[in-house]
Write a protein that binds this ligand. Structure first.
Ligand SMILES: C[S@@+](CC[C@H](N)C(=O)[O-])C[C@H]1O[C@@H](n2cnc3c(N)ncnc32)[C@H](O)[C@@H]1O
Length: 272
């Protein structure tokens, strides 16, 4: 029986067995990976080991990438660092990416990504590879250069985030999308150390982590990595953890590629 003939009930059983999930991904016209957790329409964190199951990631990726590449990603290679269940690789494939590589340090997430790849019928899932990999091992993987790189939700899970960002940046020809947890309410311009529980599926594997104290912290970093232009998409406070914030920057090594993001301030020109 071909995979897509499984009923929503069978898909739901398999999704529950692979849980918890962080990324809601449409599998068939009438089944989404969030369905088993949202029978009443409310995402239930308790059933999901207290992990947030996010429903806006796929569309959010399309919204970010379309202004950068209005013609889509045909002929482009896409790298997703800490890919989790692979949602951005599937969205990149919808935009016709030539090849996508998603990696994550945890087998748990790569199993989900491969399951989605085998069962998703609403858009093609070929030309995508997933693998278990630590971001620090990237230089030893013999990977090609990528045009577009996603570095989201990983910077603040690393003991040496600049080295990891450099590994991803060294494999990037054009654009890098950077999204991290940050601190809020501290003077901008520093990395603040912290510690995290490595047993959590959503955490890093080392225990030590660093958060930027604001967007200006990242200016010398992106400049040193060779990004000629960078736009600050947002830096905002976390409403439930007021000492934390979230920061998103899109950076390009090629001048002019960020013209579609002209409404956002240039990171390099942020006032003191
Ligand atoms: C907060 S989640 C972000 C997932 C995804 N990037 C997103 O935006 O939805 C953090 C992810 O980073 C992965 N991770 C943590 N440390 C890593 C490392 N050293 N190398 C690769 N992946 C790592 C975790 O397993 C987890 O999937």
């Amino acid at each position: 029986m071909s995979q897509h003939l499984k009923t929503p009930a069978q898909l739901a059983d398999e999704v529950r067995n692979l849980g918890p999930w962080h990324q809601a991904i449409q599998i068939t016209p009438d089944f989404n990976t969030s369905d088993p957790y949202s029978a009443t329409g409310e995402l239930n964190r308790k059933q999901n080991q207290n992990i947030s199951l996010l429903t806006t990631l796929y569309e959010g990726f399309l919204d970010t990438v379309r202004p950068l590449y209005p013609e889509g990603l045909a002929g482009k290679k896409f790298l997703d660092c800490a890919c989790n269940a692979g949602v951005y690789c599937f969205a990149a494939r919808e935009l016709e990416a030539e090849f996508s590589f998603g990696f994550d340090i945890r087998e748990h997430w790569i199993k989900q990504a491969r399951w989605v790849q085998a069962h998703r019928t609403v858009s093609p899932t070929d030309r995508i590879e997933f693998d278990i990999c630590d971001v620090y091992d990237l230089p030893r993987r013999g990977l090609p250069m990528f045009d577009l790189t996603m570095f989201k939700g990983i910077f603040y899970h690393l003991p040496d985030p600049i080295t990891a960002l450099k590994h991803a940046s060294d494999l990037t020809r054009e654009v890098l999308i950077f999204n991290t947890q940050a601190t809020w309410g501290k003077p901008d311009g520093y990395l603040k150390p912290g510690s995290e529980d490595i047993r959590s599926l959503m955490s890093g594997a080392y225990g030590l982590n660093w958060r930027p104290t604001g967007p200006r912290t990242m200016i010398p970093v992106f400049s040193w990595l060779g990004f000629k232009e960078a736009r600050l998409i947002f830096y905002r406070q976390n409403p439930t953890h007021p000492d934390l914030g979230r920061l998103e920057v899109v950076a390009s090594k090629v001048e002019g590629l960020l013209d579609g993001l002209a409404q956002y301030p240039s990171l390099y020109d942020l006032p003191e």
